[in-house]
Design a protein around this ligand. Structure first.
Ligand code: GTP
Length: 360
């Protein structure tokens, strides 16, 4: 079976992390998010994959190439202006002549897509939508079904008074190719807001596939941090962190004996962790990072090549590539784009989002 992964869009809610890279290339446990998705598809024997890209196309193709390194075959489409989720699939119509999967490229899930495809075929559906329960469905697309699992209503971002179910659109679909003829070419068209409601109106059989399997989208910095907390505490079956007290250290990395490590910590290659440094997990440090004496890093994600001076305090934050946090700076609850410099003893206001290349 073929799959289309949607990796375009504006990714406005994940800024400033996505100023220079697509959301799908944001690292999770030190590897690009998309690589996790491709490995997951490969495990389900889905190996013919179309990447529906937006304007930031180069980083994805440059990293994944033709996919042979990951045991899959990759094809690419690109858009000069965002086509929306269904418009993006229409753009790849030439590759799609049989039942196919569509995946939002910002969702990490253990959903059993093999079983989902089975249900789609059994019900003879034109489209099947995976559903997942969430505590607060008001910022998602809510989907109502009848007793047979057939979709009866879509409600995009409902108010609390409209909430009748906590099952939301999980961003994974099985689709019949004839549905593509319902998508107008060259325009912005969405599965959630346009195509599925249209098919419902036409009386086409759309089914739901509810699942309680692990599911998390990385649409916002908070959820990106939550995904790491979940993976590092063993909530997904795709990673085997279980003890809550585990340290993984990459090749050529050195940790001074007086450094203290608590909770689950992942350190990439070629890192140097100085004496008296405290790492209080969940913490992920990308390759090529230098952390000097006495720095304290708690519940944070640092991408590649960061330099943290003596006594830096970093808590509940995300630091993108090539940042420099000078001595004794204090950063809490913040998101730093790539190449940000924070001055010595500077204290960032909690909730700060710093644009790439800025000095503060
Ligand atoms: P926000 O601006 O933060 O809402 O992000 P987004 O534009 O990425 O939208 P959303 O999170 O709803 O997108 C769901 C998935 O579809 C993500 O994996 C996006 O990468 C992808 N996506 C959204 N819009 C487009 C589009 O116009 N073209 C393509 N190719 N992919 C898209």
């Amino acid at each position: 079976m073929k799959a289309v992964i949607l990796v375009g869009g504006e990714a406005t809610r994940l800024l400033p992390l996505t100023c220079n890279i697509p959301k799908a290339m944001v690292p999770v446990l030190n590897i690009p998010f998309l690589e996790h998705v491709i490995r997951y598809l490969n495990e389900h024997q889905v190996r013919d994959i179309i990447l529906a890209q937006g304007h930031l196309a180069k980083p994805i193709e440059g990293y994944l190439g033709n996919g042979s390194q990951f045991g899959v075959k990759l094809s690419y489409t690109a858009e000069d202006t965002p086509r929306g989720t269904a418009g993006a699939v229409k753009n790849g119509e030439r590759y799609l002549d049989e039942t196919f999967l569509v995946l939002n490229g910002d969702i990490f899930t253990d959903l059993n897509i093999t079983a989902m495809i089975g249900t789609h075929r059994e019900k003879k559906a034109k489209a099947t939508i995976a559903l997942t329960p969430v505590d607060d469905p008001t910022s998602y697309g809510l989907i109502e079904t009848n007793a047979e699992g057939r979709v009866t209503r879509f409600l995009e971002k409902p108010s609390w008074s409209q909430v009748t179910t906590k099952m939301i659109n999980a961003g994974t679909y099985v689709v019949e190719p004839e549905v593509l003829s319902q998508i107008p070419p060259q325009v912005n068209f969405s599965f959630e807001r346009n195509l599925f409601p249209l098919l419902l109106e036409q009386g086409e059989p759309i089914y739901a596939y509810p699942s309680a399997a692990y599911w998390m989208d990385i649409g916002t910095p908070e959820k990106y941090l939550q995904l790491h907390r979940d993976l590092l505490s063993g909530k997904s079956s795709q990673h085997t962190f279980a003890s809550g007290e585990e340290v993984l250290i990459g090749g050529q990395s050195h940790i001074q004996a007086t450094a203290e490590v608590k909770g689950t910590v992942v350190i990439g290659d070629n890192c140097s962790i100085g004496g008296g440094v405290k790492l209080i997990g969940p913490v992920v440090i990308g390759s090529g990072c230098t952390i000097l004496e006495g720095a304290v890093i708690k519940e944070s994600i640092i991408w590649r090549n960061a330099w943290l001076g003596r006594g830096v305090k970093l808590k509940s934050s995300i630091v993108a590539d090539n940042c420099c946090l000078n001595a004794n700076s204090i950063i809490e609850g913040s998101v730093l784009g790539d190449r940000v410099t924070v001055g010595s003893s500077c204290k960032l206001e909690s909730g700060s989002k710093i644009e790439p290349g800025t000095t503060v």
